[in-house]
Design a protein around this ligand. Structure first.
Ligand SMILES: [Zn+2]
Length: 234
């Protein structure tokens, strides 16, 4: 049975209005990465970090999934084999578009994490400094997102899926940069076909078998339709 593993990045949510740290303008432009997206930044100024993530959580709550999110949900529902959806995005737009399950390798704005005991729970819309952990009562609640310098989540699980993949696709993230670069190498090593869907070509050429360039909301539905048509699915 054909098993598809898909990695999505910021490019798929950009058309839903959610910017990234690489964009000019927007939330990220008002802050330095080391202040708002590192454990050291949080230790120095938790109020600033909570404020930043409260704003991002608010933005993400208002954002709508686009045609690319919806197409991947359709693929997951109608593909006769497994479709493993891995995202670097901390928004919930894949789920809002109907995808299930979604592996959030960089965590999610919807989650809170205890910095002391590792307990996880659903984040309130606004987190505050010193909020107690429901499990250990320490005032160490933080957003459940992976910061720069921290290990991404679920890496063993993702690599277990990759060694069974017959098709690997990277969407809206540079195929040349970790983790996508590592994922494509792993998939190639087991003989999977590799596909890149991105707005712009990767610098220095692509290591993928196939490349589709354009906005995610256009290239992803087209790619999904082709896959499903090839399998006789409706
Ligand atoms: Zn705790």
């Amino acid at each position: 049975m054909e098993k598809i593993v898909i990695l999505t990045g910021a490019g798929i949510s950009a058309e839903s209005g959610l910017g990234t740290f690489r964009d000019e303008g927007g939330l990220w432009a008002q802050h330095r990465i080391e202040d708002v997206a590192t454990p050291e930044g949080f230790a120095r100024n938790p109020a600033l970090v909570h404020g930043f993530y409260n704003a991002r959580r608010g933005q993400a709550a208002k954002a709508q999934p686009n045609a690319a999110h919806q197409a991947l949900a359709r693929l997951q529902k109608n593909w006769p084999g497994e479709v493993i959806l891995v995202t670097q995005n901390v928004d919930g737009l894949h789920e809002a578009g109907g995808a299930e399950p979604v592996i959030h390798m960089h965590g999610t704005l919807a989650g809170a994490l205890c910095g002391a005991c590792g307990h996880r729970w659903a984040s309130p819309p606004e987190m505050e400094v010193g909020e107690p952990c429901p499990a250990c009562q320490q005032p160490t609640a933080r957003p459940d997102v992976v910061w720069f310098g921290e290990m991404p989540y679920f890496m063993d699980e993702i690599y277990d899926h990759l060694i069974e993949a017959t098709l690997f696709a990277s969407i809206g993230t540079s195929g040349q940069v970790y983790p996508a670069a590592g994922f494509v190498q792993e998939a190639r090593a087991v003989g999977a076909k590799t596909v890149e869907l991105n707005l712009e070509p990767s610098a220095g050429g692509s290591i993928f078998d196939e490349v589709h360039l354009g906005p995610a909301s256009e290239v992803v539905p087209r790619w999904v339709d082709t896959l499903l048509a090839g399998n006789g699915a409706r």
